[in-house]
Design a protein around this ligand. Sequence first.
Ligand code: AMP
Length: 145
Amino acid sequence: MTQVYDDNNIFAKMLRNEIPCHKVYEDEKTLAFMDIMPQAKGHVLVIPKHPAVDLADMTPEYAAAVLMTAQKVMQAQRQVFDREGIVQMQFNGAQAGQTVFHYHVHLIPSSIHELGRHGSEQADQNELAEQAQQLRDVIAQMSAS
Ligand code: AMP
């Protein structure tokens, strides 16, 4: 059974600007940002601005919005990191490996055979900031054309 949503989870704090993130994209319903412990260079998370623990709590409206943002981010990752293969994954519940209980989709420029360990090593903040900037620039170009 899905657990009760806790307003003090780290992504909820991010949505309230109580903790920082390396923002890649934001709109009315979603936020995309760099994962601080990337499983490959360019690992991004997309979250809804909606209190969902996991897939069971998602509404069609927010699920669609997350997918649309994921699509933008993935297209930008393909360009910035010069690779076609992007892993999209998402865990439902601690038993599945979920550690932050606000629904999120992982977008990882890697392959299922080469993924680094989940949540194991913190990346250099300057590198994350630079990657977020590159992704933001490409998304801005995409929406201008
Ligand atoms: P999951 O196991 O699917 O719940 O994954 C949670 C993800 O959130 C992991 O990949 C973590 O590296 C990532 N994460 C945890 N805290 C932060 C944070 N403050 N900023 C960005 N990513 C985070």
